[in-house]
Ligand binder design. Structure first.
Ligand code: UT7
Length: 328
């Protein structure tokens, strides 16, 4: 097994205070608590309100992560933010978070990889540490999915929530850290989960707005199948690369999109459900926030012990997917 070069030295997460329950959705959509719970396992989700920003969640999560790592923000050399819902088109949310935490000169940039955005960012951070470029990187992951979902579309409105997390990634000590990563994508499947307009090809306009072109379109059933297959493959690949078997994994932290997807992925990956972190019931799908939120909860709940093998896996629009194996 290769020796890790980078590790998570501190972890934090944050969600908005406003809770939207299934009963709230029943009151304004043609849906039911029973349908949502049976098909997704989701009972409630959190959403940011006007005047609140995704970068505010990142600031809260970052302060927590920095405190746990025993570092001041001035020691951070780069901020990498996995998000597909930046506060604004320019600058990057990484730059906005950096400004709120005290300003430059740390490098700052966003990684757009949808739900696996945090795993992609973690992998980039590991590479920067491996090449000797940096020693201390703040890796953010999160989304304000409520800003890109049509709240009148029952096919998507019930699934998503807002949230984010942060990790201070440093040079590894004591054999802790990233043992392997596996990232992948298939852009030919883009139309299964995408936002038709609002980019440079078709900028926002009255027509785009009237057609709902700024909202997520999703072929749920097709996404479901590809998600399970790709996540199971990514798990296998990262375990094989590290020379580890599924029964050695102490905790699986899968993307929190849907309880049925989580259960199917865990079964395919050969990890029993008592070793799987599930919080989709309370937050829904927070996209790039999903894994850091679940990992931070697992740490808070005492489910992570030094030396444990922890497997993280995610998938999302692109299609993108990724898995990361950690020694905690
Ligand atoms: O990070 C990646 C993000 N995307 C995902 O993770 C999505 C993956 N896909 C899924 O999680 C599931 O496919 C869904 C939860 C989206 C849908 O579950 P499903 O079991 O695949 O249902 P379905 O799409 O086949 O729809 C079944 C029925 C349909 O009605 P008919 O055609 O059978 O009459 C839908 O119109 O359920 C209906 N339906 C709803 N009914 C009540 C769809 N959404 C709702 C709803 N409430 N919110």
């Amino acid at each position: 097994m290769q020796r890790p070069v980078a590790m998570i030295a501190g972890l934090g997460a944050a969600v908005p205070s406003t809770v939207i329950t299934n009963a709230d959705l029943e009151a304004r959509l043609d849906t039911s608590d029973q349908w949502i719970v049976d098909r997704t396992g989701i009972r409630e989700r959190r959403v940011l309100q006007p005047g609140e920003a995704l970068s505010d969640l990142f600031v809260t999560a970052s302060r927590d992560a920095l405190a746990k790592a025993g570092l001041d923000f001035s020691a951070i050399q780069a901020v990498i933010c996995g998000t597909c819902t930046p506060d604004r088109r320019l600058p990057s949310t990484a730059c906005d978070v950096q400004a709120k935490l005290g300003g430059g000169p740390a490098a700052a940039f966003d990684v757009v990889a949808a739900c696996p955005g945090w795993l992609y960012s973690l992998t980039v951070a590991e590479g920067l540490i491996a090449t000797g470029t940096y020693d201390r990187i703040l890796v953010l992951g999160g989304d304000r999915v409520s800003s890109i979902v049509d709240q009148q579309d029952r096919g998507t409105a019930v699934l998503f929530g807002d949230g984010g997390g942060a990790a201070v990634v440093t040079r590894s000590t004591g054999g802790r850290g990233i043992l392997g990563t596996s990232l992948g994508a298939d852009g030919s499947l883009a139309e299964l989960l995408y936002i038709p307009a609002g980019g440079s090809t078709e900028p926002p306009s009255d027509k785009v707005l009237a057609e709902g072109g700024l909202y997520v379109k999703m072929a749920g059933r097709e996404v479901f199948k590809v998600a399970v297959r790709r996540m199971a493959q990514a798990c296998q690949e990262v375990l094989d690369r590290a020379g580890v078997t599924a029964d050695q994994v102490k905790l699986l932290v899968p993307h929190q999109a849907n309880l049925r997807i989580i259960t199917a992925t865990a079964a395919e990956a050969g990890v029993p459900m008592d070793k799987v972190v599930v919080n989709v019931d309370r937050y829904g799908n927070t996209s790039a926030g999903s894994i850091p939120l679940a990992l931070a909860e697992a740490e808070r709940d005492g489910r992570l012990t030094a030396g444990d093998l922890v497997l993280l896996v995610s998938f999302g629009a692109g299609f993108t997917w990724g898995a990361v194996l950690l020694r905690w």
